[in-house]
Structure formats: structure tokens, C-alpha cells
Design a protein around this ligand. Structure first.
Ligand SMILES: Nc1ncnc2c1ncn2[C@@H]1O[C@H](COP(=O)(O)OP(=O)(O)OP(=O)(O)O)[C@@H](O)[C@H]1O
Length: 231
């Protein structure tokens, strides 16, 4: 896939408000397919709010401004989903009484895959994050780091599917916060693979070593965004 096929993700004057709180203040920036863009900033700077705005996951009326992918306007649930937006949420958000495999396979089936293919892809992505033996474990039986890896695997599997149908915008919200050094490197490598296949990857992180892999950075300070490309 090439940049010409998917186009850039472009934000123009995007703001997010919760009542009187301005979480993102007129952010203007763009991100390229094939690259990881790090989203950095202190706690409360607006990283999650920005990712949710791009994914079309905020309640009505909370965001304004324009968000586009190539020539398509996105930013509400339907348009962002059809443009290939996938969220790896902060804090995993797994269904506790489902197995690791089903936490991945069920969203794949909802996105149009057959049950058999979805289970097979779930098992492959679990293996890629070092959890080949854990597919049948309930989410509630897993450690914090294992749960985070299941959430990452779910995001990777959905992004793969989205890439096959044209484009993926992977919104990874602190996906390595609970991982040890080696596992963190493994996960960062898998995010790089999605970018290499033509995906746009936005990677919110507090970890400077993780941010280091990105081709560009969107730095937020009290909701104000500054974009820089790697020299
Ligand atoms: N649902 C909400 N209602 C009211 N205020 C909110 C809500 N969600 C976030 N905020 C506020 O918006 C601002 C940005 O929050 P956000 O979660 O986007 O920051 P963040 O950079 O992702 O932080 P962290 O690194 O701690 O996850 C903060 O001031 C936060 O208190």
C-alpha cells in the first residue's frame, strides 16, 4: 500500500471540550501512512481525548474542527470506523469473562470475518505478543501485562483486517505502560509492522525510549499541539 492510496491523516483546528475543560485546543497536524507518530505530553495533556476524537468515539458535541483521511472526512463513529480507525485503549478494556482468544475474535467477526478465520487470526496475534499458550484463559485470569498484550493483539488483528480492506489508523493509547523492557520492544516492533504495511500509527506514550521509534511527534501541552518531524 502506498501513501497515494490511503492519504494522510489531517487535523485542522480540532478541539475537545468537557463542559468548561478544554482538553484539546485547536490542534492542527498531519500524519503519514507508513509512519509511527508519537503522541506525547504530561498526564492530562489531552492525548487520550485527541485519539478518541480521531476515532470518532467521543459523545456528540464534545469535539469540533475537521479531521480527514485522504479525501474523506472522518471523526464520527461510522466514518472513522470505515476509514479503518482502531483503538488500543488505555487500560486494556477486555471482557473479563471471555477468553483472550474471544476478546480478539469477537470484534473480528463483528468486522466481517468468519468465526474460523477470526479464531485463527486471534491465535496468530496472541502468539506474536508471546501469549500462544493463553488463548483459552479468561481475561480475568491474566496479569496486568498479559491483559495489555491481549488488548494490543486485538488492535493488531483488527488493523491487519482494516489494512486488507484499504486503510488502518491505529490509535494506540499507552500500549506498553505495563510491559517489561523486552516485551515493550516486541510490541513496538509489531506496531512498526503495521506502519510498514501502510498503516498510520498514532502512539501515545510517556516513555521516551518508545517515542524514539517514531518518525514524527505530536507533543501536547495543556491541549495545545506542536508537531515535529524527526530531523
Ligand atoms: N470524561 C471527561 N470529563 C471531564 N473531563 C475530562 C474527561 N476526560 C478527560 N477529561 C479532562 O481532559 C483533560 C485531558 O485528559 P486526557 O485523558 O485526554 O489526557 P491524557 O494526556 O491522555 O492523560 P494521561 O496521560 O493521564 O492518560 C484532563 O484535564 C482531564 O481531566
Amino acid at each position: 500500500m502506498t501513501e497515494q492510496m490511503t492519504g494522510r491523516l489531517v487535523l485542522h483546528d480540532v478541539s475537545v471540550r468537557y463542559g468548561d475543560v478544554v482538553a484539546v485546543d485547536a490542534a492542527t497536524a498531519s500524519a503519514a501512512p507508513g509512519e509511527i507518530t508519537a503522541v506525547t505530553g504530561h498526564s492530562g495533556a489531552g492525548k487520550t481525548s485527541l485519539l478518541w476524537a480521531i476515532g470518532g468515539m467521543l459523545d456528540d458535541g464534545r469535539s469540533d474542527g475537521s479531521i480527514s483521511l485522504g479525501d474523506k472526512t472522518i471523526g464520527d463513529e461510522a466514518t472513522s470506523r470505515s476509514a479503518g480507525a482502531v483503538l488500543i485503549p488505555q487500560g486494556s478494556a477486555l471482557a473479563e469473562v471471555l477468553t483472550a482468544r474471544d476478546n480478539i475474535a469477537i470484534p473480528l467477526v463483528a468486522a466481517g470475518m468468519s468465526g474460523g478465520e477470526a479464531s485463527a487470526l486471534a491465535d496468530r496475534t496472541l502468539a506474536s505478543v508471546g501469549l500462544a499458550e493463553h488463548g483459552g484463559h479468561l481475561a480475568e485470569e491474566l496479569s496486568g501485562g498479559q491483559r495489555q498484550r491481549v488488548a494490543v493483539a486485538r488492535g493488531l488483528a483488527l488493523s491487519s483486517l482494516r489494512l486488507e480492506s484499504g486503510s488502518a489508523v491505529l490509535l494506540a493509547d499507552e500500549p506498553t505502560s505495563e510491559l517489561d523492557h523486552d516485551t515493550r520492544e516486541l510490541v513496538v516492533g509489531l506496531l512498526q509492522d503495521i506502519a510498514r504495511r501502510g498503516g498510520i500509527v498514532l502512539l501515545a506514550t510517556h516513555d521516551p525510549e518508545v517515542a524514539e521509534v517514531a518518525a514524527a511527534t505530536w507533543h501536547l501541552e495543556d491541549g495545545r499541539l506542536t508537531a515535529t518531524a524527526r530531523p
